[in-house]
Write a protein that binds this ligand. Sequence first.
Ligand SMILES: Cc1cc2nc3c(=O)[nH]c(=O)nc-3n(C[C@H](O)[C@H](O)[C@H](O)COP(=O)(O)O)c2cc1C
Length: 253
Amino acid sequence: MENKVYTISLSNNETDSSDFAQEFINDAQSTTPVAPTTLFATPQSFIPGELLGDAPVPPSDDDVAKEPVASDVAKEPIASDDDVPTPNFNAKCLVINGSPHKDGNTARMVSNYIFENNVKLMTAVYPYFANIKPCIDCRYCYTHRCCSILDDMHYVYDDDYAHVIIASPVYFSSITPPLFNVLTRLQLYYANKRFFDGEKLEIKPKTATIILTGGGDGKPDEALRLCKIMARLMNATVVEIIQKLDTDTDPVI
Ligand SMILES: Cc1cc2nc3c(=O)[nH]c(=O)nc-3n(C[C@H](O)[C@H](O)[C@H](O)COP(=O)(O)O)c2cc1C
């Protein structure tokens, strides 16, 4: 989709805004969705994807010794219940990393997690590098079982993963703006339940891990709240929350 300026009338005239939405939808639908890029991960190597950014860099032998130890990283146990499902790391895992750095603190936390858990197959989506537009509240999903915008969000909508890792640096106590775009597009799932009259979408139950990194001067509460909403919309039970909130003084290397 080529860059284009959409003019929105401030006259509060409904026709104007729906024209705008229709024009946006037409343009979005004229875009050919890209072929899925699946990254196969083994403990030894990653095959980088084509479009969605490189896979996290596996830690080198030197780095292993410097990996954060348990005391450096706040891990929040979710519950000691037997009810908490065990993640199936033998099945496909979706990584959504909201960092603008492909080899930054968040990517390295994700990378360590993937190696620790021996994740074998994953799709990695980096919203800063992928083409994921924000929800425009066009309400197409009130009457359809899908989103009107065809873009890289289909990696998330594909729903072919058993575990999702939602990762973000904390920005002003929240998640990063491109990751927020992803969250807004999950409105499809909410709208389908709430407004759609036809057959409901079946979102597979799955598990989730939330990973947050912060420099150290802000509280991550809002980021965590939004990541939990994201997980809930994806029908994912959060099994682990990992927060590394002192990267200014102790970067993940
Ligand atoms: C725009 C912006 C806002 C930030 N806001 C916060 C914040 O509110 N709290 C915090 O602890 N760190 C904050 N940070 C620091 C980052 O969260 C931190 O450096 C993080 O580890 C970066 O992760 P990355 O290397 O994966 O990009 C902010 C950084 C930027 C660029």
